[in-house]
Design a protein around this ligand. Structure first.
Ligand SMILES: NC(=O)c1ccc[n+]([C@@H]2O[C@H](COP(=O)([O-])OP(=O)(O)OC[C@H]3O[C@@H](n4cnc5c(N)ncnc54)[C@H](O)[C@@H]3O)[C@@H](O)[C@H]2O)c1
Length: 377
């Protein structure tokens, strides 16, 4: 069994730990008691939110272990897909929580990818003004990114990606690397887009970016546990660092994590979620790189390096013209983006060298049109 890695995030009193280990789910009841300071004599209700197939794979075992340890456990399933991360699903879950008479000492567990994590976190944040919630990320994307940092949200209609949400930190994140073994190949690749984002963001002079290139085969094949463990831990540590410095994105620090996301969200929403979040982030990274090139923030060599990195991991680095996007509509989507400040959208772009990004704003519509036009083929 791999060693356990504990990463602490945020400042007190919102500090919590992220446990990364193969097989760590077997320790869930004791971890909950220890990290959430739960007393044995107290009756605690746990509400697990997951997908049916993840319940069969992992939930059933978790449920049994928790019941054996004295917890009262209820489960609710959410259908798969980004389109389920909506207000209707949230309302259904909230009604279920009322039916279960979940009180302030209850705990919500999100067992799944980023969709489950965002949705479960959101309902936890508003039910009785906030219940404890625990993230058990099972997709690569949620392990390296979505489960960490406390951004929780649902989408409003097709345009309003993550428009209704809160900053609400989990009490604990338990990332069992073994769960990644059942993740479909395409979902693995989609998660790698957030990993590449960290390669560009981590302020280490491009060392992690280069490490990813060197371990490409092993990463794609998912064969070497130590490689996967290092990859997941490095991304979480990088995210934890940004979040701890700027939890609610008020300084221009946490916003860096949105690299690729401003473009990505517009593509995701405009495709009515036919483009997955991971693919959209990959495309968003390529568009951000193109914008950086246009603004002379990176040279052609670095631009090509970024595009090549995406291809190396079988991710898209340009928008397929089959989508037939109306570029003016894509630009209009930026208006919904929460990174809007006044009339100006903030974009995060790579700049100068690998392992360095910056915020730019006031980009003209004409430049954005050019960026899209050159990226669609
Ligand atoms: N809150 C944040 O900071 C943050 C950051 C990044 C992304 N997100 C959100 O995360 C979402 C995307 O997350 P995602 O890519 O995990 O998508 P997802 O949650 O839809 O999961 C993708 C698919 O993988 C399946 N799956 C997950 N784990 C599995 C496993 N171990 N074995 C088999 N199947 C498994 C899921 O059931 C689903 O079908 C988006 O809604 C995005 O907005 C949030």
């Amino acid at each position: 069994m791999a060693k356990s890695i504990e990463i602490l995030i945020n400042k007190a009193p919102l500090r919590y730990s992220i446990e990364v280990e193969s097989g760590v789910l077997a320790k869930l009841p004791s971890l909950l008691r220890k990290k959430l300071h739960l007393k044995k004599e107290e009756t605690i209700k746990i509400f697990i939110i997951t997908h049916l197939h993840l319940y069969s794979l992992y939930g059933q075992k978790i449920q049994k272990a928790l019941i054996d340890d004295g917890f009262q456990v209820s489960i609710e399933y959410v259908a798969v897909g980004e389109s389920m991360k909506n207000w209707t699903s949230a309302e259904k879950l909230l009604n279920k929580m009322i039916d279960l008479k979940l009180s302030r000492n209850g705990i919500v567990i999100a067992l799944g990818g980023g969709v489950i994590g965002d949705l479960a976190g959101f309902v936890s944040s508003i039910y009785q003004r906030g219940l404890k919630f625990v993230q058990i990320p099972t997709s690569l994307l949620s392990m390296v990114d979505a489960s960490v940092g406390g951004k929780v949200a649902v989408n409003l209609g097709v345009s309003g990606k993550n428009l209704i949400g809160s900053f609400y930190q989990p009490s604990l994140v338990v990332a069992d690397l073994d769960t990644l073994k059942t993740l479909p190949e395409h979902e693995w690749r989609f998660g790698l887009s957030e990993v590449i984002k960290y390669g560009l963001l981590k302020e280490d002079g491009g060392i992690f970016f280069q490490w990813l290139q060197e371990h490409k085969d092993s990463i794609l094949q998912r064969t070497d546990n130590s490689v996967i463990e290092y990859l997941v831990a490095e991304c979480i540590k990088t995210k934890a660092n940004f979040v701890t410095k700027d939890e609610t994105e008020t300084a221009d620090i946490r916003i860096m994590l949105n690299l690729g996301h401003t473009f990505g969200h517009s593509l995701e929403a405009a495709s009515r979620y036919r483009i997955s979040h991971g693919e959209a982030v990959a495309l968003g990274i390529s568009l951000s790189a193109r914008l950086a090139l246009k603004l002379n923030k990176i040279n052609n060599i670095m631009f090509e390096q970024i595009l090549k990195m995406l291809t190396l991991f079988n991710l898209p680095n340009h928008i397929d013209k089959k989508y037939d996007f109306n570029t003016s509509q894509l630009i209009k989507h930026f208006e919904y983006d929460k990174k809007n400040e006044g009339n100006s959208v903030k974009f995060i772009i790579p700049s100068k060298f690998l392992g360095h990004c910056e915020v730019v704003k006031g980009i003209s519509e004409q430049v954005l049109q050019e960026v899209f036009a050159e990226s669609i083929y």
